[in-house]
Design a protein around this ligand. Structure first.
Ligand SMILES: [Zn+2]
Length: 210
C-alpha cells in the first residue's frame, strides 16, 4: 500500500470548493474543475494598462483555489496556476517575454514563507522562455484587497509600490493573481511608466467583480 493512500485514509483530501472527498494530490473534484474553462483572452479595460486579460472569473471554484494557495499554506498549488498562465501566454502570442510580478509585502512574505506571484512565474519559466523581472517593491503595509470594502481599496494601495531599478525593455506583462478594481495593478503600472515602460499588458488568473 502506498504511503499516500495510508495518509489519505486517516486524513482524507477534500475538494477546496465543495468539500467532497478527492484523490490525495487533487485540489478540486472533477465537477468543480469543470467550472473553470479559461483562458478567456477577451481583453478588458483598466486604468494605466494597455490591455488586460484574466484566465477565468474569480466567482467560481477559482476563488477557493486561490484562497487555499494564499492563505491555506499550499505553495504546491503554484504549479496549477502556472499551467493556466502558460495557456494564456500561448493564446496571447504577443511576443512579450518579460514578466513583472506584483510583489508580496514583506509582512505577507514572513507569514507565508513565499512570494505568491513570483512562485507561479518561477514554475512557468520551466515551461516557457520568460524573463522574470522582480523590479517592483511593495513598501508599507498592504491588506489583502479581497478583505477590504471597495471604498477602502484605492487608499490601501496609494503610493505603496516603487521600482527598484531600470528595466531592459519597454514592453512587459504585469502579473497579479487576482484583479478586482485594478487599483493595485494601476499603481504598479504608473510607477513602471515613470521608469520608461511604454507598453503594459496585464495577465491575472482571476477577475473579480468590482
Ligand atoms: Zn468539488
Amino acid at each position: 500500500m502506498k504511503i499516500s493512500r495510508v495518509i489519505s485514509h486517516f486524513f482524507p483530501n477534500r475538494c477546496e470548493a465543495c468539500d467532497c472527498e478527492i484523490e490525495v494530490d487533487a485540489v478540486l473534484c472533477s465537477e468543480c474543475g469543470k467550472l473553470i474553462k479559461g483562458p478567456i483572452m477577451a481583453p478588458f479595460e483598466l486604468a494605466h494598462i494597455d490591455r488586460a486579460y484574466s484566465y477565468w472569473s474569480y466567482d467560481t471554484p477559482l476563488r477557493e483555489m486561490i484562497h487555499a494557495y494564499k492563505f491555506g499554506d499550499r505553495p504546491k498549488m503554484a504549479g496549477l496556476f502556472s499551467k493556466m498562465l502558460l495557456e494564456m501566454f500561448l493564446a496571447f502570442g504577443g511576443g512579450v517575454d518579460t514578466v513583472v510580478p506584483v510583489p508580496t509585502t514583506a509582512e505577507a512574505f514572513r507569514k507565508r514563507g513565499f512570494d505568491t506571484n513570483h512562485l507561479i512565474l518561477k514554475k512557468l519559466s520551466g515551461d516557457l522562455d520568460v524573463k522574470i523581472e522582480d523590479v517592483l517593491v511593495a513598501t508599507g503595509k498592504r491588506s489583502p484587497q479581497s478583505r477590504l470594502k471597495l471604498a477602502d481599496r484605492h487608499g490601501n494601495v496609494e503610493g505603496k509600490f516603487r521600482v527598484k531599478r531600470e528595466l531592459s525593455t519597454g514592453k512587459i506583462i504585469l502579473f497579479d493573481d487576482v484583479v478586482t478594481t485594478g487599483a493595485t495593478v494601476g499603481q504598479c503600472a504608473r510607477v513602471l511608466r515613470e521608469k520608461g515602460v511604454k507598453e503594459i499588458t496585464l495577465f491575472s488568473i482571476a477577475k473579480a467583480k468590482k
